[in-house]
Design a protein. Structure first.
Length: 100
């Protein structure tokens, strides 16, 4: 897993909001657009970035494309964040122990 595209995709609050919406169920672009005030072009751009980071997947249903959360990558991301937090808290424990 390449973490850089994931963190870049998650850096934008609108993309994080899209992911929160998709946690519940898949949505078409039109359904997602109802949750935002920005243009469809901006929404498509955000979805493209989320797809590039493999955070969302698509499924064609008739003439519509539905977006859904890629749960396998989000599980990997959660593990990575936990590992980073453990490393960080371990480093701070070492640092605080050294300063005594």
């Amino acid at each position: 897993m390449n973490a850089q595209p994931l963190f870049q995709a998650l850096a934008d609050p609108s993309r994080r909001q899209i992911l929160r919406i998709l946690e519940k169920e898949p949505f078409s672009v039109g359904d997602l657009a109802r949750h935002f005030t920005f243009s469809l072009a901006s929404l498509s751009h955000h979805l493209s970035i989320l797809r590039s980071a493999d955070l969302v997947r698509t499924e064609r249903r008739g003439q519509q494309i539905f977006y859904f959360l890629n749960t396998s990558i989000t599980e990997d991301l959660y593990r990575l964040i936990i590992e980073l937090l453990e490393i960080t808290s371990g480093e701070s424990a070492i640092t605080s122990g050294e300063s005594r």
